[in-house]
Design a protein around this ligand. Structure first.
Ligand SMILES: [Zn+2]
Length: 238
């Protein structure tokens, strides 16, 4: 929390912090060729799990405390992906790594017409993955409590990669898949930054995630933090 406040306190803090992540994550390693040097295949190395955890904590995206989740369960951890995605170059690097994993898994090319995401949380991730795969990025959005395709067209037979920031139970991803299919489109897979379903979310299509986290949650009456008298807070959007 202290760290988060420090981060927001000065306009330049974010920039300094970002520079530190960038060096930690060696962003752009694969993009430079040595002038006049031998032709090299300098492939950017995939982001390692320990690095991702470090970035999550340093950006304030992984909060530690006592939280009452939307499900009513209590937890000592909360993941706020927007805190991570506020650093565009960090978002770009993580999504590029995920995009490259997907491309490698699919034999070197991704046969999709576009990336599609549920607004709001999925848009930035979808956009960065689309950049990595050189695809258009579109989104579905909430209207009267449900996701809908409002701004873009889905032609029959078009192929989509669904992208989301965090999957817990996977409701929004499933809604997005249903929308694509209802328009006659096809879903080739699902890409998420963080899979918090402990491997339980399954959509019947390939799924890729950068990080899997099994959240520790308790029923309020069994919560050890409640027993210690610590007050639970509601994280997330205000
Ligand atoms: Zn509690």
């Amino acid at each position: 929390m202290i760290f988060k406040m420090a981060l927001c306190g000065k306009p330049k803090a974010g920039g300094l912090l970002e520079a530190r992540f960038l060096s930690t994550m060696r962003i752009g390693m694969g993009q430079h060729s040595r002038p006049g040097g031998k032709r090299q295949t300098r492939k950017e190395r995939p982001v390692q799990e320990a690095e991702i955890m470090k970035v999550l904590e340093e950006t304030g995206a992984l909060l530690t405390g006592h939280f009452e989740l939307r499900s009513g369960l209590h937890s000592d951890r909360y993941f706020q992906c927007a805190y991570l995605l506020r650093y565009p170059r960090v978002a770009e690097r993580l999504c590029r790594s995920l995009g490259e994993t997907i491309r490698a898994d699919l034999g070197g090319s991704v046969d999709a017409d576009a990336v599609i995401s549920p607004a709001l949380g999925g848009i930035l991730v979808g956009h960065e993955i689309a950049r990595a795969l050189d695809l258009p990025s579109v989104f579905v959005e909430k209207a009267e409590g449900r996701l809908e395709m409002r701004r873009f067209e889905i032609a029959r037979g078009q192929r989509f990669l669904v992208a989301e920031d965090v999957v817990t139970r996977g409701g929004r991803v499933q809604e997005t898949i249903d929308i694509v299919r209802a328009h006659g489109g096809r879903v080739i897979g699902v890409a998420v930054l963080v899979d918090r379903s402990a491997g339980q979310a399954g959509f019947g299509v390939p799924m890729w995630s950068l990080l899997r986290m099994a959240p520790v949650t308790w029923q309020p009456q069994e919560c050890p933090l409640c027993r210690q008298g610590v007050k639970a807070v509601h994280p997330g959007s205000k």
